[in-house]
Design a protein around this ligand. Structure first.
Ligand code: UGA
Length: 435
């Protein structure tokens, strides 16, 4: 397993649980040491247990050295990160090419290299050509693509019981290797789709583009609701009851974030432009723009509730992670809004049950109290920006006694407006009537 981030570490632990011998390889020695001790370097329910079981069984080990660890493996999964490039919206493939360059010269016998990283369509074919140039085994090195659809916070469950397995392979032999690797999941009835390299690559970015589009569409509806004095919560309930639409991924609010949806939407556009499809890809440019607009609209609403100026006001932000169940703050709408209010002169206190340390590393200028009450004490405004279940369970009567002014923005449609208004709160949510 080359790369032990969310994807690689989880996949390594899950394949060890399936009975395989797995070596996780990463260039970061601290990460490797932590994983070798059976602990995940991030918050992921169930993963520590699976890692320690794998390590204790002797089937799961972690290394920093490709040469020592990878040479004897039959299957090499490439799980390195493909973040957004610094100067453009395209994916940065430098870690992928570095992994290929390190791995290629070690491949001196028939084996299969399986890409799991999210890449622009067409990358797999280049990986194959490059590996065959570098590898002493030449064309005996096969390449397949096997995208991963796991969600942070559900990574173990999504890996052991995925909705589907996608095998992008050029030969029956490569397809059979993937069938063998995933035999326990296939035996348990997980559906599999067998396709070519390009379709498998596209499957991942397309799924994320579709999810992102759904969220931005619902956020557009929220904005229309505001302008027309309608209620987006009732509207999404109505839409969700249509079986063709369904109710999942239909929650409006401060928008999507994280290490996947935003960068994959942008990378999709960049690749579509390269393929001469810049015009129709405009749809996804709007998806991104609407998403970023939700953050700006949340800041604007906060500033207007504070009387037109954030400067000198005390604000509590509940949530720093990009979503509940995760300590990941990459491209987090919650932290972005908190930091923007801080930059406008507000004194911002952020509480998150898991993401505090990560948030502090990125925004040390904000303060991070230990609990909801300390974050909210004497503030002029509370913003709920990550959908942690404990926030939905807050008692508005008790919290009203703690704050300076009982005024709240629900940026995740998590609270019952009637209950909060009955407790004396001035309650606001994007897409919901202010009455
Ligand atoms: C996403 C996909 O859901 C996974 O299938 C995919 O494997 C993963 O990216 C990836 O590419 O690796 P993840 O980033 O963990 O998973 O998070 P999601 O659960 O998709 O949530 C993304 C963002 O959308 C979060 O900020 C969340 O708060 C937001 N969201 C989600 C909404 O604003 N509204 C919703 O109704 C649902």
């Amino acid at each position: 397993m080359l790369g032990t981030g969310y994807l690689g570490a989880t996949h390594a632990a899950c394949l060890a649980a399936c009975g395989h011998h797995v070596v996780g390889i990463d260039t970061d020695p601290e990460r490797v040491a932590l994983l070798q001790s059976g602990r995940a370097p991030f918050h992921e329910p169930g993963l520590d247990e699976l890692l320690s079981r794998g390590v204790d069984s002797g089937r799961l080990t972690f290394h920093t050295d490709y040469a020592a660890a990878a040479r004897d493996c039959n299957v090499h999964f490439v799980c390195v990160g493909t973040p957004q490039s610094a100067g453009s919206s395209a994916a940065d493939l430098s870690a992928l090419w570095a992994a290929v360059s390190s791995l290629g010269p070690l491949l001196d016998r028939p084996c299969l290299v399986v890409g799991k990283s999210t890449v622009p369509v067409g990358t797999a074919a280049h990986v194959r050509d490059r590996l065959r140039c570098l590898a002493p085994a030449g064309s005996a090195v096969g390449v397949a693509w096997n995208p991963e659809f796991l969600r942070e916070g559900h990574a173990v469950e999504d890996s052991l019981r995925p909705d589907r397995l996608v095998f992008g392979a050029e030969t029956n032999e490569a397809d059979q290797v993937l069938r063998d690797v995933y035999a326990p999941l296939l035996a348990a009835g997980v559906p599999s789709v067998h396709t070519d390299l390009a379709t498998a690559e596209l499957a991942k970015v397309s799924a994320n583009a579709m999810l992102a589009t759904r969220i931005s569409l619902v956020n557009l509806l929220a904005e229309v609701c505001e302008a027309a004095d309608a209620d987006v919560a009732d509207l999404t309930t109505i839409l969700g009851l249509d079986e063709r639409i369904g109710s999942l991924f239909l929650t409006p609010g401060v928008g999507f974030g994280g290490g996947c949806l935003p960068k994959d939407t942008r990378a999709f556009v960049a690749r579509a432009e390269e393929l001469g499809l810049g015009e129709p890809a405009g749809l996804l440019r709007e998806v991104d723009a609407i998403n970023m607009r939700q953050r700006a609209r949340t800041v604007d609403l906060a500033v207007s509730l504070l009387g037109g100026r954030a400067s000198g006001c005390a604000v509590a932000v509940l949530g720093a992670a990009f979503k509940a169940g995760s300590d990941d703050v990459r491209d987090s709408p919650a932290l972005d809004v908190a930091a923007t209010l801080g930059a406008r002169g507000a004194v911002v206190r952020v509480f998150d049950p898991e993401a505090r340390d990560n948030a502090r590393r990125v925004h040390p200028e904000l303060s991070y109290p230990d609990d909801i009450e300390s974050a909210c004490r004497d503030v002029d405004l509370v913003l709920l920006l990550t959908d942690w279940p404990e926030f939905a369970g807050i008692d508005p009567v008790s919290l009203a006694e703690v704050v300076g002014t009982a005024r709240i923005i629900d940026g995740r449609l998590a609270l019952d407006p009637d209950k909060w208004r009955a407790a004396g709160w001035n309650f606001h949510a994007l897409g919901r009537s202010a009455r």
